[in-house]
Write a protein that binds this ligand. Structure first.
Ligand code: FES
Ligand SMILES: [Fe+2]
Length: 355
């Protein structure tokens, strides 16, 4: 089981999911209620009523202006979590208050801060392609019935594309090409790169870019532990010139693959996935194709990880794994996550935190 890392920002939702309808998400074991006030600001607060713990994302709980009216007995909460009404008495108990969570909307995500410290100047890592006019984005979220560490492992080792995603994004060259790994321990970032200069073009890129024939395919991963994974993917016809010294790269197509990795409980994870492209920006057929194709790929991972978690659950304690060169990035990520978790232990007395 991968320990939770607290005192961090996590993606709780896409901005488009948060509105005047109450939304419930569980992040690091903490049930959170999300909604927008009438002026459009996003609010995140504990999702369990202080009275009898009714889940506040469930009907008939409703909004009254910016206040949340519990659907069970009517306790009413303001946006700061304070209770402003209880039924049948004037006196509102001093402890009638819901915890609220710091929220930042950035790059089309609603980030919430989970922790005991205040975030201070700490900001979520960036994924600027998500709402840049120079990119077109397809995105979604899939829940996984598995430890978030399984998703981190999966994303840091793309050799699995050849086997699990053959016919979609996998070709023989992915598994055959060695990786280079660089770790920035202080920043908590793992870089894994695989550059294939003469590779088969998988349908995902052949159909979206229109390239016929073999390609140069670069995969440069940047994992910002614990919460955000970026894959900078560069596709060009094999033999085409590389990027210019000034960073411009007119001969290539660029796809930025973004994953918000959000542990929900110790055995469930939110997989926020997105694909941003810098070509065919207005081509709806390409948009539809990339959405559907990538969703299929994501579901191949989800199904595999669900099966893997079930299988691991039947293993004896202390089972052994065998790691090889392709696992360098994943092992580095595990080390960083373990170190971060040690530095942000969950409070012993917090019943909301699943341990
Ligand atoms: S459980 Fe919410 S008011 Fe009773
Ligand atoms: Fe995958």
């Amino acid at each position: 089981m991968t320990a939770f890392v607290r005192d961090q920002w996590y993606v709780a939702a896409y901005g488009r999911e948060v509105g005047r309808k109450l939304l419930g998400r569980t992040v690091l074991g903490e049930p959170i209620l999300l909604y927008r006030t009438q002026d459009g600001g996003a609010v995140a607060m504990a999702e369990r009523c202080v009275h009898r713990r009714f889940p506040l994302s469930q009907p008939p709980t409703r909004l009254d202006g910016d206040r949340v009216v519990c659907g069970y007995h009517g306790f009413t909460y303001d946006t700061d979590g304070s209770c402003v009404f209880v039924p049948g008495q004037q006196r509102i108990p001093r402890t009638a208050r819901l915890k609220t969570y710091p929220v930042i909307e950035q790059d089309s995500f609603v980030w919430v801060w989970i922790g005991d410290r205040e975030p201070g100047d700490t900001l979520p890592p960036r994924a600027p392609w998500m709402d840049s006019p120079r990119y077109t984005v397809v995105s979604g979220m899939e829940p996984i019935d598995g430890d978030y560490g399984l998703l981190v492992d999966n994303l840091l080792d793309l050799s699995h594309e050849t086997y699990l995603h053959g016919g979609y994004i996998g070709t023989p060259e992915v598994a055959a090409t060695p990786i280079t790994t660089e770790v920035d321990d202080t920043a908590g970032i793992v870089h894994v790169s695989r550059h294939m200069d003469d590779a088969e073009c998988p349908p995902f890129y052949a159909k979206s870019t229109g390239i016929e024939g073999r390609i140069s395919r670069w995969q440069d991963i940047e994992y910002h532990a614990p919460c955000l994974y970026l894959l900078h993917s560069r596709i060009a016809p094999a033999g085409a010139p590389g990027p210019n010294p000034d960073g411009s790269d007119p001969h290539a197509f660029h796809v930025e693959v973004v994953y918000g990795i959000t542990p929900s409980t110790h055995k469930t994870t939110y997989d926020f996935w997105a694909v941003a492209r810098d070509f065919a920006l207005d081509d709806q057929d390409v948009t539809d194709f990339l959405h559907d194709n990538n969703h299929t790929v994501v579901m191949q991972d989800v199904v595999a990880l669900n099966v893997l978690q079930k299988s691991l659950d039947t293993e004896q304690d202390g089972y052994q794994e065998l790691s090889i060169n392709i696992d360098t990035g994943g092992l580095a990520a595990r080390r960083i996550l373990a170190r971060m978790a040690r530095q942000s232990p969950a409070p012993q007395d917090d019943p909301a935190v699943t341990r």
